[in-house]
Design a protein around this ligand. Structure first.
Ligand code: AMP
Ligand code: GLY
Length: 423
C-alpha cells in the first residue's frame, strides 16, 4: 500500500512512524512533512490547505490511503474533496469536523444530548455578552468559537478581565473570525485527561489515556502553549471513570453526531475534566492530540493501517484494539522564548543516538534541513519520548534521554508527569 500523511508536526512524525510498522505499507509520503519525518516518508512540498493539489498528487501517485493529521484541513473540508475524487481518506468530513471547528456547535450538541459538560451561553453580540457577565460568577471562561491554534480560551478571574476578554475576542478579533461567536462557560476544577478514540460512524474504541501540560513553565506557570509534554496512561483515569465515560460521553457523542446527520469517522479526542461531580467534556478535537499522539501511538500494539481502514469501512467493531501494559512520557524540547519570541536555525546534535534505541523515540516538531544538517525551525522543536514499565520509570528514562540531544537555546519543563507522584 501507498499511504499519504497530511501535516508537518510531531504528531505526524509519530503517525508516520506507526504507519511504517505496518507490514502492508510499501511507501509513505508526507505533505509537507519535516526533517524527521523524512526517515519514514518521502516529503512533498504541498501545503496542508492545498486540497486540490493534494488530491491531484494522491491520484497521480495512486495513493491507497490518505491520513489527515491536522485540524485546519479537516475543518476546511479536505475529506470531502478527496472523497469527491474517489480517494480513500481517514478523517471526518467537514460536517462532522465541526465538532472541533465550532465550540458553540459542540456545546449545543452536548446540551441537546445530555452529555456532561460545563454550563454555558453562546453570544454573537458583544453587548449581550457584557450584560450577561454583569451577574456571572467568577472565575469564568471565554472561548472563541472557531479554531485559534489552541489559544482562543481565556480564564477570567474578575469582571474587568472578562470585559477585556470580550473586547479581545469579539471586537478586536484577536483570533480572527474564530471570535464572531463566543462561548461563555462555567469554570470547572479537577484533573484534566485526554482520551483519543477511533470512530467508524457507529462504533467508538478508546485508546489509552494521556495528559498534556499546556503551560510554558514548571508548576503550570506562564503562557499557554501547544503542549510542553505528555504522559500516558493517566493514573487518574480509573476504571470507574472509564466506565462512566463509555456510558455517558463516548458512545453518546457518536450517536448524537449520527442523529444530527453528521456521521463521524476518524479520531475524536475528548478533553475531559474529572470534576467532583464526575467527568465532564472540556472540548472535542477531531484529530490526534499533539503531543498526546507521541505517547499513545508508541504504546499501541494493533496495526494502525488496519484500524484506519476499519474506521473508513465501518467495521471497527471487528478490531481488537490493544495497547501495551506500560507507560510513556514525552518531554518537548522547545526554543527558549517559546511561545512568544525565539531564535531558530541552530544545529541539533545527537539525534543519531536514538536510532535503534529500543523504547526511545525523538519526534520532530519544528526542524529543517540546512546544508545537510538538521537545525531548529520552530518554537516546539522535538518531542523526546521514552517508555518504561510504569510512569515513574518512563519519566526517569525520558529525562535521561533529553541529554542525548543538544542545541543552543534548548528549553524544556522539568516537571512533566510530576502529577504521577500524587496519584
Ligand atoms: P480548550 O481549548 O477548550 O481545551 O481549553 C484550553 C484549556 O483551558 C483547557 O485545557 C483547560 O485547562 C482550560 N479550560 C477550558 N475550559 C475550561 C473550563 N470550563 N473550566 C476550567 N478550565 C477550562
Ligand atoms: N495537546 C492538545 C491538542 O492537541 O489540542
Amino acid at each position: 500500500m501507498k499511504v499519504l500523511i497530511v501535516g508537518s508536526g510531531g504528531r505526524e512524525h509519530a503517525i508516520a512512524w506507526k504507519v511504517a510498522q505496518s507490514s502492508r505499507v510499501e511507501k509513505i509520503y508526507c505533505a509537507p512533512g519535516n526533517a524527521g519525518i523524512e526517515e519514514y516518508a518521502q516529503c512533498v512540498p504541498i501545503g496542508a490547505m492545498e486540497f486540490d493539489k493534494l488530491a491531484a498528487f494522491a491520484k497521480e501517485e495512486q495513493i491507497d490511503l490518505t491520513v489527515i493529521g491536522m485540524d485546519d484541513p479537516l475543518v476546511g473540508g479536505i475529506v470531502d474533496v478527496f472523497e469527491a475524487e474517489g480517494l480513500r481518506v481517514f478523517g471526518p468530513r467537514k460536517n462532522a469536523a465541526i465538532l472541533e471547528g465550532s465550540k458553540a456547535f459542540s456545546k449545543d450538541l452536548m446540551k441537546k444530548y445530555n452529555i456532561p459538560t460545563a454550563a454555558y451561553e453562546n453570544f454573537t453580540d458583544p453587548r449581550a455578552a457584557l450584560e450577561y457577565l454583569e451577574t456571572a460568577k467568577f472565575p469564568i471562561v471565554l472561548k472563541a468559537d472557531g479554531l485559534a491554534l489552541g489559544k482562543g480560551v481565556l480564564i477570567c478571574n474578575t469582571l474587568e478581565e472578562a470585559q477585556a476578554g470580550v473586547r479581545e475576542i469579539m471586537e478586536d478579533k484577536k483570533f480572527g473570525s474564530a471570535g464572531n461567536t463566543m462561548v461563555v462557560e462555567e469554570f470547572m476544577t479537577g484533573r484534566e485527561v485526554s482520551v483519543l478514540t477511533y470512530v467508524d460512524g457507529k462504533t467508538i474504541k478508546p485508546m489509552t489515556s494521556a495528559q498534556d501540560h499546556k503551560r510554558a513553565m514548571d508548576g503550570d506557570q506562564g503562557l499557554n502553549t501547544g503542549g510542553m509534554g505528555t504522559f500516558s496512561p493517566s493514573p487518574f483515569y480509573t476504571e470507574e471513570v472509564d466506565a462512566f465515560c463509555k456510558q455517558h460521553i463516548y458512545q453518546a457523542t457518536v450517536d448524537a453526531m449520527a442523529a444530527e446527520g453528521r456521521e463521524f469517522k476518524g479520531i475524536i479526542f475528548f478533553g475531559l475534566m474529572l470534576t467532583e461531580e464526575g467527568p465532564k467534556v472540556l472540548e472535542y478535537n477531531a484529530r490526534f492530540g499533539d503531543p498526546e499522539a507521541q505517547v499513545v501511538l508508541p504504546r499501541m500494539k494493533t496495526d494502525i493501517v488496519d484500524v484506519f481502514e476499519a474506521c473508513i469501512d465501518g467495521t471497527l467493531d471487528q478490531v481488537d484494539l490493544q495497547f501495551e501494559d506500560n507507560a510513556a512520557v514525552c518531554v518537548v524540547l522547545a526554543s527558549d522564548g517559546y511561545p512568544v519570541a525565539y531564535e531558530k536555525g541552530f544545529p541539533i546534535h545527537g539525534l543519531e543516538k536514538f536510532k535503534d534505541k529500543e523504547g526511545y523515540y525523538v519526534f520532530h516538531a519544528g526542524t529543517a534541513k540546512k546544508d545537510g544538517q538538521i537545525v531548529t525551525n520552530g518554537g516546539r522543536v522535538l518531542g523526546v519520548v521514552a517508555k518504561g514499565e510504569n510512569l515513574k520509570k518512563a519519566r526517569a528514562n525520558a529525562y535521561e534521554a533529553i541529554d542525548l540531544v543538544e542545541f543552543e537555546n534548548k528549553y524544556y519543563r522539568h516537571d512533566i508527569g510530576k502529577a504521577i507522584d500524587e496519584a
